[in-house]
Write a protein that binds this ligand. Structure first.
Ligand code: ZN
Length: 106
């Protein structure tokens, strides 16, 4: 069983790679997108919720700095629906993970 964070890291990486390939039209990932992958991975490593973390969009702590948050949001908006075709299991699990607040009450 792999940790939630390593799975999330994989998903984020896949989404950014996919976005870059289709939108920036590069053979290999561009430096901007690579930086974003690194940044997202670091945020996940430092996440205060550890492997108990909710999906980032439900997270109460917005730990991304604004410019990175804008970028990642755009990528998620674009890549989110497409992930169903590329990685159905991971994408569905990701979308089904409950918001933190709800989970704490139960
Ligand atoms: Zn790119």
């Amino acid at each position: 069983m792999i940790g939630k964070r390593s799975e999330e890291k994989q998903i984020v990486t896949l989404m950014i790679e996919l976005y870059c390939r289709k939108n920036h039209r590069r053979e290999i990932i561009c430096s901007d997108c690579e930086e974003l992958i690194d940044y997202a991975a670091t945020r996940l490593d430092k996440c205060m919720f550890g492997d108990e973390k909710p999906a980032c969009k439900h997270c109460l702590v917005h730990c991304y700095k604004p410019v990175m948050r804008e970028k990642i949001r755009e990528i998620m908006r674009w890549a989110g629906p497409r992930m169903i075709f590329y990685r159905p299991g991971a994408a569905v699990r990701h979308m089904l993970s409950k918001p933190l607040r709800k989970r704490m009450r139960t």
